[in-house]
Design a protein around this ligand. Sequence first.
Ligand SMILES: Nc1nc2c(c(=O)[nH]1)N[C@H]1C(S)=C(S)[C@@H](COP(=O)(O)OP(=O)(O)OC[C@H]3O[C@@H](n4cnc5c(N)ncnc54)[C@H](O)[C@@H]3O)O[C@H]1N2
Ligand code: MOO
Length: 406
Amino acid sequence: MQAKATALIPVDEALRLLLDGVRPLDAERLPIAECGDRILATDIRSLRTQPPFDASAMDGYAVRSADVARLPARLRVIGSAPAGRPFSGAVGPGEAVRIFTGAPMPEGSDCVLIQEDAASVADDMIEAKETVAASRHVRARGLDFSEGQPLLDRGRRLDPPALSLAASANHAALDVVRKPLVAIIATGDELLPPGSVVGPGQIIASNGLGVAEIVRSAGARVLDCGIVADDRDAISATLDRALEAGADLIVTIGGASVGVHDLVREVLTARGGELDFWKIAMRPGKPLMAGTLGGRKIVGLPGNPVASLVCSYVFLKPLVACMAGRLHEADLRQGILGAPVPANDQRQDYLRAAIRREADGIVATPSAIQDSSMLRVMADSAALIVRAPFAPPADAGEECQLLMLS
Ligand SMILES: Nc1nc2c(c(=O)[nH]1)N[C@H]1C(S)=C(S)[C@@H](COP(=O)(O)OP(=O)(O)OC[C@H]3O[C@@H](n4cnc5c(N)ncnc54)[C@H](O)[C@@H]3O)O[C@H]1N2
Ligand code: MOO
């Protein structure tokens, strides 16, 4: 297949093409203890009623409200009801049962006299120091939820409260959206893993680590396919390895541009893959490509370190989030320029910027050098100033759009 178009594509258009038709992956059933932070694939209902009985909300005495409506009131203690061991008898007039938080209210009682308001006057006698109204300190059966009640909707992230609620409703396992497996392949003869002895012309492969973290933050599992030489057969074999491992998305890094060693696109198309787009009107990140191979999505990130990170924030994060069933909204905010910026050309610019929060807003100061190889500048930037194509020059103090990084 040939590229459908090689003209520079606007960022929004490329994002639309990339996300078109992408749906959350299929479901997998997992023990509830492994479901934290996963996305529910089905609606769930309660399998039980909570609390399953009228329960005491306090430590004290289960009594009849009529007996403690007027003071003084003396009551005979006829037994005890700790949580988990219900009192089997009934509370009659003038009687009380020692009760603890969470225990079922004994038959006949309708309120709890808290122990702070009871004085012991004999071995089995208490005196109420306060009156108590009916239902006081009693949690009615089903106060929280009832059996069969809808509890959580499909698409809900199993955050800590949702997870505890599902457990309380007696679900031992849940159907959750499968995590996309993202294979990451770094290409380049010059690359060595961190910690290597670096020879002439060689550098350390750094991009894959940052890209992996970005896709993980969007809900992916990562398959690190390591470093592959600028060699058609080696790239092709690694793509096979990723496909065989069941990758839902393959991400290549480097080799996306026009050089004779930039082979990813060539290998993809030679293998019958489909190239959906290549070359975006953005800086950094122009040579980004996307397509499909063997029914899986493939995204080719540009090799320049900042370009591969910016493209991951702008494109991979929403793509992976969509596959993982997660809501994704870019954290776009309005900021104030901390320094002037020149007129922009046809590429949407993502300027690395340090930010400072002031009374009138977030002040973003772009780095004086914006070279797409500079990771140190990127690491010092909490936001990217997004400059639309052909934006006119702007002065310090003017408004700007910020893409917050995290
Ligand atoms: N004649 C042209 N040359 C270039 C163009 C162009 O349009 N015409 N585009 C430039 C742009 S923009 C970018 S971005 C780069 C991207 O090119 P590639 O995707 O082919 O990347 P490489 O050439 O493989 O590498 C570029 C640069 O990045 C380093 N690199 C690559 N992978 C990694 C990695 N995993 N970790 C760290 N660093 C990596 C590599 O050593 C190079 O220094 O092309 C421009 N050229
Ligand atoms: O746009 Mo490249 O992506 O200059 O680094």
